[in-house]
Design a protein around this ligand. Structure first.
Ligand SMILES: Nc1nc2c(c(=O)[nH]1)N[C@H]1C(S)=C(S)[C@@H](COP(=O)(O)O)O[C@H]1N2
Ligand SMILES: [Mo]
Length: 330
C-alpha cells in the first residue's frame, strides 16, 4: 500500500514533535552526505510505483519521512503550492499554470544525461519513480520576493549524476525543460509566455549540483507532482532563487563552460547565473531584504519576513562560495 501523507506535517513543528527529536541541520546533512539516511530508516528501500497514463491524476508515493531539521514556520497549504505558480510555458500570470498545464503529457517521459560523460544514458520516469524517495521540507524563495515552505518528495540530484561516468573536464551541469510548443502555449506565443527564449534552460556548477541539498523532486505533499509544479520531475535548489529550480526536465548535459540560463539571457543585469538568495544584494528594481510568506493567512496576507542569506541554508552551502564576491557573482 502506498503511504498516506502524514497530516501531522501540516502542523507547526512545536505542535508535533519536541525540538530535540529533530536532528540539527548540520548533523542531518552529514548523514545525508554519508548516505546514511536511508540505512537508518526502516522499510524505505522500495518505493511504490505503477504505470501511469498520460494525464493520470496525482497518485500517492511511498517515501521515507523527513528526518532533517524543520525549516521554520508553517507549511504553505497544498492548494496554494499548486495554484500560485511560475511556469511561463503555460502563461505569465500566477494562476495560468494551474489552468493551462493540465493536459501536459507526462508519459512517456525520458531524461537524457549527456555531454562530457563516458556514455550518455536515457532514463525512463517510471524507473526513476522506483528509486527510494525521501521527503524534503524546504523553503522556496522566488526572486519576486515571495516565499513558501513545501514538502517535496524526491532524491538527491547527485544520485542521478551517479548514473554516468563524468569526464574530468566537466565543470558545470546544464538543465533543459521540455520544448513542445504544441503542448505549451507560452512557447507558441510571446503574448502568453512572455519573451523568453525556449526551451527554458538552467545550470549549476558541478559542486553545487553534487551538494546533498540539491534535489530532484517527483512529488509534493505525498503525491506525484501536478503539471503546474513541473511534472514529472523538476529541480529544487533551496538556497537559490526559485527560477533556478527548473521544471519538467528532459535533459542534463555535463559541460566545461558555464551554461546559458534563461532569465540571465533575458535580463543579465537583473538575474545572474548564481542567483543565491541574498538579502544584501537587491534586485535593480526592488529590495531583496524581506519576503511575503505565503501561508495560511490568505494569499495576500501581509506576513512579511526577513530574507536570510542563502535562504537560511548558509551553514550548509556557504563554503561553496568561499573566495567569491557575492555582489559580483549575483
Ligand atoms: N521550465 C520552467 N521552470 C521554472 C519556471 C518556468 O517559468 N519555467 N519558473 C521558475 C520560477 S521563477 C519559480 S519561482 C519556480 C516556481 O515553482 P513552483 O511553481 O513549483 O512554486 O519555478 C521555476 N522553474
Ligand atoms: Mo521565481
Amino acid at each position: 500500500m502506498p503511504r498516506r501523507y502524514q497530516p501531522s506535517l501540516r502542523l507547526r513543528e512545536s505542535e508535533v514533535t519536541p525540538e530535540s527529536v529533530y536532528l540539527s541541520r548540520r548533523q542531518w546533512l552529514a548523514q545525508v552526505a554519508a548516505g546514511l539516511t536511508f540505512a537508518a530508516l526502516p522499510g524505505s528501500a522500495s518505493a511504490f510505483w505503477g504505470k501511469e497514463s498520460a494525464q493520470a491524476p496525482r497518485r500517492p508515493l511511498k517515501f521515507s519521512p523527513y528526518q532533517g531539521p524543520w525549516p521554520g514556520g508553517e507549511l504553505t497549504p497544498e492548494d496554494k503550492v499548486t495554484s500560485y505558480n511560475n511556469f511561463y510555458e503555460f502563461g505569465t500570470a500566477k494562476d495560468d499554470p494551474a489552468a493551462n498545464a493540465q493536459g501536459l503529457r507526462t508519459r512517456p517521459w525520458t531524461l537524457t544525461i549527456d555531454g562530457l560523460v563516458e556514455k550518455p544514458v536515457t532514463l525512463d520516469i517510471d524507473s526513476l519513480l522506483g528509486w527510494p524517495l525521501e521527503e524534503r521540507i524546504y523553503r522556496l524563495r522566488c526572486v519576486e520576493a515571495w516565499s513558501m515552505v513545501i514538502p517535496w518528495l524526491g532524491f538527491p540530484l547527485a544520485r542521478l549524476l551517479d548514473q554516468v561516468k563524468i569526464l574530468g573536464s566537466a565543470r558545470y551541469l546544464a538543465f533543459e525543460t521540455l520544448h513542445d510548443p504544441e503542448q505549451m502555449p507560452g512557447q507558441r506565443s510571446a503574448l502568453v509566455g512572455g519573451s523568453l527564449p525556449w526551451p527554458y534552460v538552467e545550470g549549476l556548477r558541478l559542486d553545487e549540483a553534487r551538494h546533498p541539498l540539491a534535489l530532484i523532486a517527483v512529488g509534493l505533499y505525498g503525491r506525484t507532482l501536478p503539471p503546474q509544479n513541473g511534472a514529472p520531475l523538476r529541480l529544487v535548489v533551496p538556497w537559490k532563487y526559485g527560477f533556478k529550480s527548473i521544471k519538467s526536465i528532459v535533459r542534463l548535459t555535463l559541460t566545461d563552460r558555464q551554461p546559458p540560463t534563461t532569465w540571465n539571457l533575458l535580463a543579465p543585469h537583473e538575474y545572474g547565473f548564481y542567483a543565491n538568495v541574498n538579502p544584501a544584494v537587491d534586485h535593480p528594481r526592488w529590495s531583496q531584504a524581506s519576503e511575503r510568506f505565503i501561508g495560511n493567512d490568505g494569499l495576500f496576507g501581509m506576513k512579511r519576513e526577513a530574507t536570510a542569506l542563502f535562504n537560511g541554508y548558509a551553514t550548509e552551502v556557504a563554503q561553496l562560495y568561499q573566495g567569491q564576491d557575492l555582489r559580483v557573482d549575483y
